[in-house]
Design a protein around this ligand. Structure first.
Ligand SMILES: Nc1nc2c(c(=O)[nH]1)N[C@H]1C(S)=C(S)[C@@H](COP(=O)(O)OP(=O)(O)OC[C@H]3O[C@@H](n4cnc5c(=O)[nH]c(N)nc54)[C@H](O)[C@@H]3O)O[C@H]1N2
Ligand SMILES: Nc1nc2c(c(=O)[nH]1)N[C@H]1C(S)=C(S)[C@@H](COP(=O)(O)OP(=O)(O)OC[C@H]3O[C@@H](n4cnc5c(=O)[nH]c(N)nc54)[C@H](O)[C@@H]3O)O[C@H]1N2
Ligand SMILES: [Mo]
Length: 835
């Protein structure tokens, strides 16, 4: 790693002004003043999805990272940050794909993915980007351009990179956008029909009230101890203090925690709680049998249903066997499907009805085919139990995410750099003719769209006609990790004339692009963000730690320069520079909070935030803790006044509206439906008997940090992504811990390193999502050398309702890999060639 001369000189010169605070003091006081550098370097404040932090910068290089003082439960992933900045996969220069540079739209697209690229100057690269936008708008119009970025761009409200890309591209012309996301695609569409809001992104009942009131807590397909390590804003991990208290209550028997999960999770091992195993993807069968038990043993609350819900009769008729299928959903019916004894199903239903029960659902069970159903069914069970709106009762769909459940401060959070064209302005190409096709597509169906332009699909009660996309722009997302079935993606990408990617890491999306622009990381620019995520505990200064590495630039800078090419750079940045924006967002936030804290009746504020200079010097402003809160308490108190956002205002156990859509795969009430493929005796299990779950990684944020070498070394096996497998399945295949294995199905094949673990039952294996895709070559079907599970996953919509991703519906087979293994191709950047 070389340090640029510019940053070295800057460091050397800054050394003359003396200011030094010892690291010990910093860590305890959480303060980090902007200071000059001498001897031991200077500590600065910054923040990330992995946590707010303090960084020691020495000689123009980040030397050490420590958690922010307010973070009492920092994640080990902080150790990966230095390796995220300094690693061989950083994008150094603007690059163009060799074939594409020579022949542009006439280039051979079957070589896309061969990773051969030519280095460009910034001017040449941005000219090309602009030319391609021009050509696409002129030759085809807005329906040919897809710029619906979706992904985990780094923290920082000024540099929110998806906003930068979309604003700049929108100032040039209109384009196809997306609706929904990969996280909660099914949940956020079904739950508004049932509970009146997406629920998944809503604040949940406060942890202290759960700890105080719940007798039973059910973690349903939910691993918060693993997944709370990262947050959408700069985390401070306050939830972990509550998990610690929960652990104590499990130990002294005052709360029973049960994890309904095929796998023994990290949370379960931490809490020392119970596991209820069930076969993967069979939750709905299990839950229907619970409903059967609650109903027939009269353990449900008819009173609550009468007062707060609609559509129970149709649903219960189906459960009782009076529906169209004529089959009663008895525990004996469910047992062979879900692999749980009928008596155990009954006992579980009785337990939940016996006392105050909080249901805490994770998101993975809706990231599978028919993912709408378990979420709907969860709401139905909670309604039957009658505890919705009580402290420590009812259902939550978010306590594993971004500090949901930590009381919110109630302060006003800072805004962001705008995503859209300013009001009253129009784009350069103001053509809004999408040729009868949709201008917005369900996010997980974009590969279908590339493969089948003109086709009509159903989505959430309406029809979507796929546009004819020729050009894509990606920023702040890595679709070549996040989307399912990479070999199908290869086929689809052969249709694309131009693919532009802006990133700091040379991941597989760069490999499959035509033009790649190097952004800098968040640690190479100034910004600000919320800390605490959903707790909204305060505002954090994100001080630039070091200068942009190599030829990288901030997204702000890159897109200002792109807009200069059509004469609208000043409009783009609203005549402010980076620090101008940081200050503007801070000052607006300060104003809003001053107004908020004005004493009732008078206009004197009771408190106010310090001025910008003080904030920037101190590194943060603390809003103070929030107050406890109970989800849906207002609805329970006065259902007519505080009606839900459903069509009726009540909880909808059956939905007439959904029924009217007449979808076969999402009907008027929740139902059990067999999956396209399923382990444990389900379809396809004769050839591929193992369920592959691709859950969220313990030591990464998706694909972010996979390139961080020291961190990767703590989990990789023979340099490959681990695949977790139970002892029984390993032994049956002659696989030992540490062996290299080939994992395959009809869609693809990959190499991974076996980790044999008792946490995994027979028929269940895990590769964590976000492993970098590293195919041996551009051919369809090529072996993936590192182990991205999306080489193998199924690319179908959850149903016609949500059309969400079904990544967790996937079966595979595994064999020991014999012979000489090909080298890992995922890391280290492009193969640089001359024209
Ligand atoms: N099989 C399977 N697949 C899944 C999932 C699963 O459970 N199983 N989960 C899905 C879910 S829930 C999600 S949210 C998605 C996540 O999918 P993504 O959000 O696409 O994944 P990330 O790896 O976070 O990708 C973010 C990319 O943005 C880049 N980036 C970060 N900051 C900046 C910036 O400031 N500027 C620029 N230009 N680039 C930046 C990073 O380097 C990285 O390449 O994956 C989905 N895919
Ligand atoms: N460390 C870390 N934390 C993260 C992220 C990350 O990348 N890294 N990503 C963040 C993001 S973007 C998101 S969307 C969330 C994701 O949050 P989730 O989607 O909830 O998380 P997962 O880890 O994929 O899965 C949670 C649990 O579901 C179980 N499960 C899977 N299928 C089934 C099933 O059919 N039935 C049952 N009962 N259980 C099942 C798995 O075994 C696992 O224990 O996490 C967030 N937190
Ligand atoms: Mo997500």
């Amino acid at each position: 790693m070389t340090i640029s001369r510019r940053s070295f000189l800057k460091g050397a010169m800054a050394g003359s002004a003396a200011s030094l605070i010892g690291p010990g003091l910093l860590a305890s006081s959480a303060l980090a003043a902007e200071g000059a550098e001498v001897g031991l370097g200077v500590w600065k404040t910054s923040g990330s999805h992995w946590g707010a932090l303090n960084a020691l910068v020495k000689g123009g290089k980040v030397a050490e990272i420590k958690p922010f003082g307010a973070d009492r439960h920092p994640t080990e992933m902080l150790n990966g940050i230095k390796g995220l900045i300094y690693n061989p996969s950083r994008i150094r220069y603007p690059m163009a794909r060799l074939e594409w540079l020579k022949h542009r739209q006439d280039a051979d697209r079957t070589t896309r993915g061969d990773n051969r690229f030519v280095r460009l100057t910034w001017d040449a690269a941005l000219d090309l980007f602009h030319e391609e936008l021009e050509r696409t708008q002129t030759d085809y119009g807005p329906w040919a351009l897809y710029a619906g970025a979706t992904g985990w761009r780094q923290t920082g409200q000024v540099h929110s990179c998806g906003n930068h890309m979309q604003r700049a591209v929108a100032m040039h012309g209109h384009f196809v956008k997306k609706v929904g996301d990969y996280s909660t695609g099914a949940g956020q569409v079904i739950l508004p029909y049932v509970l009146g809001s997406t629920e998944v992104y809503s604040q949940g009942t406060s942890w202290p009230l759960i700890l105080e009131n719940s007798k039973t807590v059910v973690l349903w397909g939910n691993d918060p101890y693993k997944n709370l390590q990262v947050g959408w804003n700069c985390e401070t991990h306050e939830s972990y203090a509550y998990l610690e208290q929960l652990k104590a209550k499990v130990a002294d028997g005052s709360i029973r925690v049960i994890s309904v999960d095929p796998v023994r999770t990290k949370t379960q091992n931490y809490l020392g709680c119970e596991q209820l195993y069930l076969n993967p993807m069979t939750d709905v069968a299990f839950m229907l049998a619970m409903a059967y038990t609650l109903y027939n043993e009269e353990l449900y609350s008819q009173e609550f249903i009468d007062a707060y819900a609609l559509g129970f009769d149709d649903f219960i008729a189906y459960v009782q066997g009076e529906g169209d299928d004529g089959e009663a959903k008895t525990p004996e019916w469910a047992a062979p499907i879900c692999g749980v004894d009928a008596e155990q199903i009954r006992d579980f239903a009785r337990l939940l009805a016996a006392d105050r029960t909080q249901l805490l659902f994770g998101w993975a069970i809706q990231r599978q085919q028919h993912g709408e159903q378990p979420y709907w069914m969860g709401a139905v069970l909670a309604t039957m139990l009658g505890q919705i709106g009580l402290p420590g009762g009812g259902i939550s769909y978010g306590h594993h995410y971004s500090s949901i459940g930590v009381p919110s401060s109630g302060a006003s959070a800072p805004g962001a750099f705008p995503r859209n064209v300013d009001a009253g302005k129009t784009p350069e190409h103001d053509n809004t003719d999408f040729q009868g096709a949709a201008s917005t597509i369900p996010v997980a169906r974009w590969i279908d769209c590339l493969l089948n332009p003109g086709e009509t699909i159903q989505y959430n009660g309406s029809e979507v006609v796929f546009p004819d996309i020729r050009m894509c722009v990606f920023s702040g997302c890595n679709p070549w990790h996040h989307h399912q079935d990479h070999n199908r993606m290869k086929q689809a990408f052969r249709k694309l004339e131009t693919v532009v990617t802006i990133d700091y890491a040379w991941n597989a999306t760069c490999r499959f692009s035509d033009l790649v622009l190097p952004a800098c990381t968040q640690f190479e620019r100034n910004d600000l963000d919320v800390y605490g995520s959903y707790s909204n505990r305060g505002v954090l200064a994100m001080h630039k730690l070091v200068d942009p590495l190599f030829h990288s630039r901030s997204d702000f800078d890159i897109f200002t320069d792109l807009c200069r090419r059509f004469g609208r750079d000043e409009e783009y940045r609203q005549e402010l520079d980076e620090m101008g924006w940081v200050k503007k967002l801070y000052d607006e936030c300060r104003e809003a909070n001053t107004a908020l804290s004005a004493a009732p009746g008078g206009d004197e504020p009771t408190s106010s935030m310090p001025d910008f200079a003080t904030f920037w010097k101190d590194g943060y402003v603390d809003f103070g803790p929030g107050e406890n809160w109970v989800r849906h308490a207002d609805f329970r108190q006065a259902p007519e006044v505080n009606a839900l956002g459903t069509p009726s205002g009540f909880i909808e156990i059956s939905s007439r509206k959904i029924g009217r859509y007449e979808y076969d795969d999402c009907q008027a009430h929740p139902r059990w439906m067999e999956k396209a493929e399923r382990s444990h005796g389900g379809p396809g299990s004769d050839r591929y008997p193992l369920w592959l779950q691709s859950v969220h990684p313990d030591k990464r944020l998706h694909s972010q940090m996979c390139e961080s070498e020291a961190l990767r070394a703590t989990y990789a096996v023979q340099g490959r992504e681990p695949i977790f497998i139970g002892p029984e399945d390993a032994e049956a295949r002659g696989i030992q811990d540490g062996d290299l294995v080939r994992v395959y199905n009809d869609r693809g094949q990959l190499l991974a390193g076996a980790v044999v673990s008792d946490d995994f039952p027979s028929g269940v294996v895990r590769i964590q999502e976000g492993a970098w895709y590293g195919p041996v070559g551009p051919e369809i079907g090529a072996l993936d050398t590192y182990g991205d599970p999306n080489t193998l996953t199924l690319d179908v919509g959850t149903s016609k309702l949500a059309q969400a991703p079904s990544a967790n519906t996937c079966v595979v087979e595994i064999e020991r890999f014999e012979g000489e293994a090909p080298a890992v191709t995922a890391f280290g950047g492009p193969i640089t060639v001359d024209v």
